[in-house]
Design a protein around this ligand. Structure first.
Ligand SMILES: *Cc1c(COP(=O)(O)O)cnc(C)c1O
Length: 405
């Protein structure tokens, strides 16, 4: 008789988005004439830009000819893409990253979920609270989080670093020293960003304590302010302690197309000289057969002059929505955060409502759907996330309705 992996059985159900869906469909059934506006989604809505579509078509045509057909991609990804990333992403930042430290993948979700595999089972993990759920859940699957307390929503063996308005949603250095630290900036769900000076403190802390930082930079392209680092490798010493995870999903609309990459510098080594880079290469070669050639060509096109201009326009479109939401809610008297370097607006619920009370209130009185902050961790209680990924028209209508309640 087979037995299942007991670590999987410890996972609490993923109630957040299914509870939202249930509440919304119950409301729609009871109120069929009401038009719901969804500002809860973390998915892009603009179509792929022309430069990317052109590259896709031409790569498809290459697959039709015996001379240019491609089979399996190289383990790390095609050199044309890794070298383009080195030259177009890291070089302009003054960040020293070589092409063979860049691993092309099918996205940041799988990389941020899989990276824990190369660490020991007794690795002590630290996460920000609220948090992108993938970091914790994959460590649960990896058997290193201890026991779950349903009342608090916390795992006994995880270090939670609260991020609230009091610390500008940037975690303070933990007193109990972790081995593996997950940071995501600009942040989902809070929309917060980190200054280079504060990120440098994290890098110094990790180097002093021989800890590793997993830095999720999926929203890097949304940074609009000076002094906000685009990559952790802008910080001195990051090459010996930081893994950076990137995605084409939010900067170029590849959520359905799938492409991402992870940088594991050769300088991250154990005292015995084992390189994390080599372990990740081993994992990649064993469990992943490469992102499709067609999609890697599309990814390369994002860095062309046309691609940069066109994806830049999409980001500007979403950030115009973000500013509209942020200003509208501020005018209506809400305390609002984020929305400057990220497509997420994080607001304090009014009148001490819980996150779910505000969800119900917003759905019933404004027919607007958002995401309850408590769904991302205990420190998210009393907060609420709206996203800028909708259409401009819907965004304007949603804010008009929220202002009138
Ligand atoms: C959307 C998102 C990603 C991107 O995931 P993909 O798998 O590349 O689509 C990564 N991290 C965070 C925090 C995100 O919100």
């Amino acid at each position: 008789m087979f037995k299942v992996n007991e670590d999987y059985m410890k996972l609490p159900g993923s109630y957040l988005f299914s509870t939202i869906a249930k509440k919304v469909s119950a409301f729609t059934e009871a109120n069929p004439d009401k038009k719901i506006i969804r500002l809860g989604i973390g998915d892009v809505t603009q179509p792929l830009c022309p430069a990317v579509i052109k590259a896709l078509h031409s790569a498809v045509d290459e697959m039709a000819s015996a001379e240019t057909f491609k089979g399996y991609a190289p383990d790390l990804g095609y050199a044309f893409l890794r070298e383009t990333i080195r030259d177009k992403v890291f070089k302009p930042l003054g960040a020293e990253v070589s092409a063979d430290e860049i691993f092309i993948s099918d996205g940041a979700k799988s990389d941020s979920g899989n990276i824990q595999e190369i660490f020991s089972r007794d690795t002590k993990v630290a996460v920000c609270d609220p948090v992108y759920p993938v970091y914790v859940d994959t460590n649960v699957m990896g058997g290193r989080t201890g026991t779950y307390d349903a009342a608090t929503g916390l795992w006994s063996n995880v270090i939670y670093m609260p991020c609230t308005a009091e610390n500008d949603f940037v975690a303070s250095l933990p007193k109990e020293v972790p081995d593996l630290i997950y940071l995501c900036f600009p942040n989902n769900p809070t929309g917060a960003s980190i200054t280079k000076a504060r990120l440098q403190e994290w890098v110094d802390y990790a180097n002093e304590n021989k800890a590793v930082i997993v830095y999720d930079a999926a929203y890097e392209a949304y940074i609009s302010e000076e002094g906000v680092p685009h990559s952790i490798y802008e910080c001195e010493g990051a090459r010996s302690c930081a893994i950076e995870i990137r995605s084409f999903s939010k900067n170029a609309g590849f959520t359905g197309t799938r492409l991402g990459y992870t940088v594991v510098p050769k300088d991250i080594k154990t005292d015995d000289g084992v390189m994390l880079r080599d372990l990740w290469a081993r994992r990649h070669g064993t469990k992943f057969n490469g992102a499709p050639y067609i999609i890697q060509k599309a990814g390369e096109a994002v860095f062309s002059e046309e691609g940069q201009k066109e994806t830049g326009e999409q980001i500007a479109y979403y950030m115009n929505n973000a500013a509209y939401i942020k200003n509208g809610l501020a005018e209506a008297g809400y305390s609002v955060y984020g929305g400057v370097n990220a497509p997420y607006i994080w607001l304090k619920t009014p009148d001490n409502m819980t996150s779910w009370e505000f969800f119900d209130h917003l759905l019933a009185s404004a027919n607007v759907v958002g995401t309850p902050g408590s769904g991302f961790g205990p420190s998210g209680e009393g907060y609420f996330r709206l996203t800028a990924f909708g259409s401009y028209e819907n965004t304007v209508e949603a804010i008009k309705r929220i202002k009138s309640i």
